[in-house]
Design a binder for this molecule. Sequence first.
Ligand SMILES: [Cu+2]
Length: 236
Amino acid sequence: MISRRTLLSGLGAAALIPQLPVRAWATTPSKPLQMPPLVDATSSGQFSLTAQAGETDFLGRASSRTWGFDQPFLGPTVKLNHTGDTAVAVHNALDQAISVHWHGLVVPGDVDGGPHQLVDPGQTWSPVLPIDQPPATVWYHSHTHGKTARQVQMGLAGVLHLTDGQDDARGLPTTYGTDDLTLVLQDRRFDQDGRMSYRVTMHDQMMGFLGGYHGGQWASGVPPPSSQRGWSACAC
Ligand SMILES: [Cu+2]
């Protein structure tokens, strides 16, 4: 877990980079940064996520089959109160079981998602999250036994902003998508046609696709100073 202040100061003007590896990005015509939609659940105390299939054209050359929550790829950024109960409804419109783990939330195991709490196709999981922790940027992702990396690679992940409503008073930027941007980096490989490719070798498991820093550092930690690249989605 990393506080939003630390995240912002550590990354400077953080931006959501649309999951393009540096190599591919450098050789592809630039396109506008894409921000996940913001779902503000601070007033209602509830939100829903539907896992669904879609297609995403990452490099402007070909569509890749992807998954997301409420959209073709990744999920919305959800803004939550840092204390109090939040009710969630996770619906699975995919054809295989998934789970949703609240990575960084300090909540009891029976609502924290994971291999022990599968959501089967067509089913809805409805935990109530008793949140009580400092404001922070954390994330959610599928955490299905033996399939976590694949399902996160397909797009079953998103960001949670825990807020106490005091960021304006702290002088922090608060306009989502304008001056309050969320950085999501994933290690991703494409084939010659520009389609997302998922072939995992032993070396990939050790080092990541692009030789990055492996250790579960994605929206919830920082790489060591010696690491030049390689924030990867964790398979934890
Ligand atoms: Cu995790």
